[in-house]
Design a binder for this molecule. Structure first.
Ligand code: UD1
Ligand code: CA
Length: 475
């Protein structure tokens, strides 16, 4: 999936600025670690970048909470640049000089602009190369430009004169609608020949990368702008409210992709589906469903309302009735679950098996066609094919210190309200009488009764009634 869509990629590096604190979020967590659609902001940007160049040519600038940021995205195989003190976006790029100056060109992305599509990055790269520019700025015209730097063009041409930050805008510049997305392409030679000329003469006393535009123009270099077709792609997240609107956009995009691939989603705005989720065609999602993490769902499934599935593998034709919770488990074709089934980590539900109302499984394998339809706890168990687990059956898997296994061999029948005290094995085809407490293994084809025998006292109740009536009359 993550293959390169590029020619001559080795000439390009991608630098992602992610060292800033994100003061405006009012959160102790670094901004780029805040999540939308189930992944940190920075991971979205890296995933898009990986569609353009391989991970070894992606450099992430870290600083604020550097160790946590590194740890969160290191598995993606990118390289890191440390910006120990965060003195602005221009300073961030200065810190990367040694590692990226040998590339002909670099693309600079922002760790807090996560909706950017790989296609748009490729467009920026191609436009930059075709204009032989020193700096190319990706711009947009969102409905509300407030807060962004504005791009001042030279008389409506491709050429740019300067980028002016919101706080430095003159009255007439405040009318400018074209914003700086914070995403750029640079030819490294003119960039690093001029970057030391950046000054801190601004309200934050920082070195702004945006000032490179005017600086390069002054040195007769070509600075151009490319306007993104969809301004939603370059929206940043400076506040938690903005973050939640990016999350909504990202999730709507995911639902739209799934629907385009044949998945029915009745009320997509109520469903929460993480980015890495895969769902087969002709599966139906009812309102208020959540599908999270690395979940894969096959075709022709029906997932009824209020079901939450995380990090699980679901085959074809599976029915989830309302309110199921499924975590880190595998469910084979044709299984039926719920309503209100709780399938906890390490469960394997076999083909056509049933896990019914208020049934909880943990580290339990249910063989094909096995059924536990009502009110059970099956923990650390191996339930064979065709087994019927009666209502209210409980595996006593925990002795207060250790967990023990319960094995129920195929086609055994466990009567309702039985307790199976592990470790214990019920043989093939055996029968456990309802209400039994089973503490010893049951051989194949046997009947086990683990309860005291019923005694019936004929006429006892009538005799008691009559005695009471007599006592009352005597008073
Ligand atoms: C920046 C641009 C602005 C643009 C906007 C788009 C500047 C001066 N302004 O503003 O023109 O409209 O992005 O979203 O660049 N970072 C570092 N090191 C630092 C400072 C920041 O790595 O020393 C990183 C941040 O983590 C962030 C990115 O650079 O990912 C942008 O920084 P931020 O402070 O969010 O800039 P904006 O104010 O949004
Ligand atoms: Ca920002």
């Amino acid at each position: 999936m993550e293959k390169q869509k590029t020619s001559g990629a080795a000439h390009f590096a991608i630098v992602i600025m992610a060292a800033g604190k994100g003061t405006r979020l009012k959160s102790k967590r670094a901004k780029v670690l805040h999540e939308i659609a189930g992944r940190p902001l920075l991971a979205h940007v890296i995933k898009a970048a990986q569609q353009i160049v391989p991970a070894e040519h992606i450099y992430v600038i870290v600083g604020h909470q550097a160790e946590a940021v590194r740890a969160a995205v290191a598995p993606l195989g990118v390289k890191f640049v440390l910006q120990a003190e965060q003195r602005g976006t221009g300073h961030a790029i200065m810190c990367a000089r040694e590692q990226v100056a040998s590339y002909q060109d670099i693309l600079v992305l922002s760790g807090d602009v996560p909706l950017l599509r790989p296609e748009t990055i490729a467009q920026l790269r191609d436009f930059h190369l075709s204009k032989k520019a020193a700096m190319t700025i990706l711009t947009a015209a969102p409905p509300d430009p407030f807060g962004y730097g504005r791009v001042i063009r030279a008389g409506g041409s491709d050429r740019v004169k300067a980028i002016v930050e919101q706080k430095a805008l003159t009255k007439s510049q405040q009318k400018e609608r074209e914003i700086n997305s914070g995403i750029y392409a640079f030819a490294t030679k003119p960039l690093f020949a001029n970057i030391d000329r950046l000054k801190t003469d601004n309200v934050h006393h920082e070195l702004y990368l945006t000032d490179m535009a005017a600086l390069l123009v002054k040195n007769k270099a070509v600075v151009v702008a490319l306007k993104a077709a969809d301004s939603a792609e370059v929206l940043g997240a400076n506040t938690l409210a903005e973050l939640s609107s990016l999350d909504a956009t990202m999730r709507a995009r995911k639902c739209a992709d799934l629907m385009a691939a044949g998945v029915s989603i009745y009320r997509p705005e109520t469903c929460i589906i993480d980015n890495d989720v895969e769902i087969g065609a002709d599966t139906i999602l009812e309102p208020f469903v959540q599908i999270l993490g690395r979940t894969r769902i096959g075709s022709d499934c029906r997932i009824r309302s209020y079901t939450v599935i995380s990090d699980s593998q679901i085959a074809d034709n599976v029915l989830f009735r309302p309110g199921c919770i499924i975590d880190q488990s595998t469910i084979a074709a044709g299984a039926q679950l719920g309503p209100y089934a709780h399938v906890r980590p390490g469960s394997e539900i076999g083909e056509g098996a049933h896990v019914g109302n208020f049934v909880e499984t943990k580290k339990t394998r249910m063989g094909s066609g096995a059924k536990a339809n009502h009110l059970s706890y099956l923990g650390d168990s191996d339930v064979g094919a065709g087994v019927n687990v009666g209502a209210g059956t409980i595996t006593c898997n925990y002795d207060g210190v250790n967990k023990h296994m319960t094995v129920i061999e195929e086609n055994a029948f466990i009567g309702s309200d039985s307790t199976l005290v592990a470790p214990v094995r019920i043989g093939k085809g055996a029968y456990v009488a309802a209400g039994s407490t089973i503490t010893e293994d049951v051989p194949a084809d046997a009947l086990a009764l683990g309860r005291s025998r019923q005694t019936t006292k004929e006429g006892w109740s009538r005799a008691r009634r009559e005695e009471r009536a007599k006592a009352k009359a005597g008073k």
